[in-house]
Design a protein around this ligand. Structure first.
Ligand code: ADP
Ligand code: MG
Ligand code: MG
Length: 883
């Protein structure tokens, strides 16, 4: 095997594509050298050495020593200096570099090769003793810290004491003699700390640094980082050894970092900072105030320090050329590091720059318009999930904020408002025009109206998949969940945290993107959806095969989704329409009635309201399909609890409170999610589904008369597991359809299908498809029933499962492709065998998850349906799946 790859002006063995072997830094150094850019010569020890090192009890391959020696000779020849030479000493940097950049690992050791001897040589040769000693003390400090493990404070103490002694504030005020003294004390400290003198032999130093880089792959910090970012343990890191160039040799020297475009806005401007007479990471370390590269940057940041463009116009021009050369070559925005030694530019690093979602979007569109990438590449460049950040209001970055608590970033966007402690209060006050934040310990289905009315939701209990989090994401409301430091007293209507007591009506701000809770009103800024956003979406649309619909039951959500380009409604959950305060009583009357007569009486009250719901949805959706799911939740969920609620129902239905209370007890279920729900309701109480079907058809007829066209109603029967359930319910609906068509004289396009959410339905899909024009995979319930896992309770133990590697991720967030996905495949295949044109879709949280969307595309579904704010995400993910 070959363990070492060289780079430099005369000989370069690596390429950008060799990141797996050379790490990102090494591969790009080689690439830049091949492009003819001024890269100090060096060599890269491959990641395979790291793998070998850990497979062989921390030993190196036998050939490595000779290859490193030859690598050093290569550098010596290229620069005309000798490693360890006391007159003309070569110094090197030793730099770690994994495939992806990894904070937490060993950083870089600079100025390696200096010892008492070579430092004198460097001083003589450069004619600058201060520079030589400054370099040596930097080296001792860095090597002492990262290789020998001597803590920083040791060095800081020495330096501080010395400055006090000399009565100076700045490092730059120290003289060569001062540094010489400090060097002596540093070495002494190290010897005290580790019981051995500071190594004087450059080769020993070199191997020490190489070992430290490989060793740092295994330290806890690095391991944690890999776990959090899904970086495989096997990858390993490379080590780069490179000739030093000096940005700290005087005022014609500098060091800096830059982005070829603005990484926060994406604007095409050279964006970076530099420091004169400095080395390494001084720029980011915050010891001195960095200066801007360009005059524009200086102006924009109101800096009084001169820009590089002014101070070193020639070098700046060269750097600016490198900037465009690199962008053209890599066809992407680059993040670069450079050093200027006595007026000569050196490139030390380039990589694709990290950027905000906004910048990613703009850069992809701009690069395409500049002809550097094609539309497919542009579409592939933007992370669909990151669009979420762009679709919601954000905190004004310039605003001051006082963070009083932190929770989970459960649903993105920022909002401020006055606190309401109950859903009813939130609704009432919002109706009066107040902006409210709903604060609860946790939310339940009965809070939906209040969540909808609120500008944001804050809970003190519950995780990322708690009711509050899921519903808020669905509605596009900002939500912070599980802010455990807050104490909410729902009776006293107060919230307390570390000395603050905040009451009903006080203003707070929440940021659902970060999980922060702030006191008072922090100004927000609105998202911008025109321009680049709509351009990229139109490109995505041109590649996409999957249709994207939305889950919506309110006109507001339907309209929002249309604005985002939804192509119909994939799931309208009719039960959400009944939780409204004005309807819940009639709903309760319905379910508690003893006989058909009683139910019909109550249902007659609901019919006109339900019809009006559909009229609005059909109008908004015009000719697009609207899938309406008939009543699904356990009756249990509608039962009245409090005295007032029981009394209300009694009054409305002309019964005694005792009777109502008794009925409520009878209707209680011990396992409601597997109980009296879904089509089981339609089987036992067909009049409920009759009423709903009538409302749908009458609404469709009304809209068709008014608008000349109407949405295509797809009526969906939930929780079918037995083919006969569907055929019976279909007969009920067809009968109502015939009646309404006859009554109104309007021809209505409609179809009947089912939600596939039970394993049995997947297995019997061929039979079920006989009566279904479409299947919509309800993967929330399908996941629950396949795993036998309750979504509402899984939060308590799923984390332990993830920690122990039993599951890779929460199956309620990203579809379990092996298990649940297999059932989806079986159902799709068997269903289409019976009915070739069976329409297939997916609704529920997974419909908006990019990985799940890829799967849906592979399986050949026709559409995905997701919450309104996820529509653009789903469209982009669907396009990427089709590339
Ligand atoms: P990181 O991965 O933390 O950015 P680097 O290996 O890029 O670490 O090193 C950090 C900084 O050290 C570089 O930005 C550069 O300023 C300086 N540096 C590294 N190698 C050299 C070198 N050969 N000559 C001069 N400076 C160097
Ligand atoms: Mg660093
Ligand atoms: Mg770097």
């Amino acid at each position: 095997a070959k363990w070492v790859y060289r780079f430099g002006a005369d000989q370069t063995e690596g390429r950008a594509e060799m990141k797996n072997l050379l790490g990102g830094k090494g591969a790009n150094l080689a690439e830049m050298a091949s492009l003819g850019l001024p890269v100090p010569p060096g060599f890269t020890i491959t990641t395979e050495v790291c793998t070998y090192f850990y497979a062989n009890a921390r030993k190196y391959p036998a050939e490595l020593e000779a290859e490193v020696k030859a690598g050093v000779a290569h550098i010596e020849k290229a620069v005309g200096m000798r490693f360890g030479d006391s007159e003309n000493p070569l110094l090197v940097s030793v730099r770690s570099g994994a495939r992806v950049s990894m904070p937490g690992m060993m950083d870089t050791v600079l100025n390696l090769g200096l010892n008492d001897d070579t430092t004198e040589g460097l001083a003589k040769k450069s004619g600058d003793r201060r520079f030589a000693y400054d370099s040596y003390r930097r080296f001792i400090q860095m090597y002492g810290n990262v290789v020998l493990g001597v803590e920083h404070h040791n060095f800081e103490e020495v330096l501080e004491l010395h400055k006090q002694d000399r009565g100076v504030d700045l490092d730059t005020d120290l003289s060569a003699e001062d540094w010489l003294k400090i060097i002596g004390e540093y070495k002494q400290r190290i010897e005290e700390e580790i019981g051995k003198p500071f190594p004087q032999d450059p080769h020993q130093q070199l191997w020490g640094a190489i070992g430290a880089v490989f060793g740092s792959w295994d330290i806890p910090r690095a391991k944690t980082y890999r776990k959090l970012n899904n970086i495989p343990e096997e990858w390993g890191t490379a080590v780069n050894v490179q000739a030093m160039v000096f940005g700290n040799m005087g005022d014609d020297c500098a060091t800096g970092v830059a982005f070829t475009r603005n990484p926060s806005t994406g604007t095409k401007e050279f964006y970076g900072e530099y420091l004169v007479n400095a080395q390494g990471e001084d720029v980011v370390a915050g010891i001195r105030t960095p200066q801007h590269l360009t005059l524009e940057g200086k102006k924009a940041n109101k800096s009084t320090l001169p820009a590089m463009e002014e101070v070193m116009p020639e070098v700046f021009k060269q750097l600016d050329q490198v900037r465009s050369q690199l962008e053209k070559h890599y066809r992407d925005m680059q993040d670069i590091e450079f050093t200027v030694q006595q007026g000569k530019l050196y490139m030390l690093q380039t990589r694709n720059g990290k950027r905000t979602a906004q910048a990613a979007l703009k850069i992809a569109v701009d690069l395409c318009n500049e002809g550097l990438i094609d539309r497919k590449t542009a579409v592939a460049r933007v992370d669909p999930a990151s669009l979420d950040q762009l679709l919601h209001p954000r905190l004004d970055p310039k605003a001051k904020k006082e963070v009083i608590a932190r929770g989970l970033p459960a649903s993105p966007g920022a909002a401020f408002g006055k606190i309401a402690f109950t859903a009813d209060a939130a609704e009432d006050r919002a109706a009066k025009g107040e902006q409210v934040i709903l604060v609860r310990v946790e939310t339940s289905p009965e809070d939906i109206h209040g969540m909808h009315a609120a500008a944001g939701i804050l809970t003190t209990r519950g995780g990322m998949t708690s009711h509050a989090a899921v519903v808020a994401r669905g509605m596009g409301r900002p939500c912070v969940s599980g802010a455990g430091d807050l104490r909410v007293d729902e009776v006293q209507k107060t919230m307390t945290v570390r000395g603050h007591t905040i009451g009903d009506g006080d203003t707070i701000t929440i940021d659902g993107g970060t999980g922060e809770v702030m006191l008072g009103e922090v100004p927000t800024i609105e998202p911008e959806l025109s321009g680049d956003f709509s351009m990229l979406m139109s490109w995505a649309d041109s590649f996409r095969k999957l249709k994207v619909r939305t889950n919506a039951e309110t006109p507001l959500d339907a309209r929002t989704a249309r604005q985002f380009g939804a192509e119909g409604i994939g799931l309208c959950r009719t039960e959400h329409m009944f939780f409204d305060t004005s309807r819940i009583v009639a709903m309760r009357e319905t379910i508690m009635a003893e006989d058909v007569e009683g139910r019909k009486k109550a249902l007659a009250k609901l019919l006109p309201m339900q019809r009006q719901d559909f009229v609005e949805l059909f109008q908004i959706m015009r000719g697009l399909p609207v899938t309406i799911r008939l009543l699904d939740p356990p009756l249990h969920e509608f039962l009245p609890h409090s005295k007032e609620e029981l009394a209300e129902v009694a009054k409305a239905s002309n019964h005694s409170v005792e009777w109502v209370t008794h009925r409520a007890t009878l209707l209680k279920e011990s396992n409601p999610m597997l109980g009296h729900r879904g089509c089981r309701l339609g089987i036992t109480y067909p009049e409920i589904y009759e009423m709903q079907a009538r409302a749908i058809f009458e609404a469709a007829a009304e809209v068709k008369k008014k608008q000349g066209e109407t949405a295509e109603a797809e009526i969906m029967i939930p929780l079918v597991g037995i083919p006969k359930e569907l055929s019976l319910m279909r007969a009920v609906i067809d009968k109502v359809a015939r009646e309404v068509i006859k009554e109104t004289g309007v021809e209505l396009p409609y179809s009947v299908g089912t939600m596939i959410e039970l394993p049995r339905a997947c297995l019997l899909a061929d039979q079920i498809a006989k009566d279904a024009a479409f299947f919509s995979f309800g993967t929330n319930d399908l996941t629950q029933t396949t795993y036998g896992l309750s979504r509402d309770d899984a939060g308590r133990f799923l984390q332990a499962y993830e920690r122990q590697g039993i599951i890779k991720q929460d199956p309620f967030i990203s579809l379990d492709q092996e298990g649940v996905g297999e059932l989806v495949k079986i159902a799709a295949e068997r269903g289409r065998k019976t009915r070739a044109n069976l329409k297939l879709g997916i609704c529920g949280e997974h419909g908006g998850d990019p990985a799940s969307i890829h799967f849906c595309s592979e399986v050949g579904l026709d559409y995905v349906s997701c919450s309104p704010y996820r529509v653009p995400i789903a469209k982009l993910a669907a396009a990427q799946a089709a590339l």
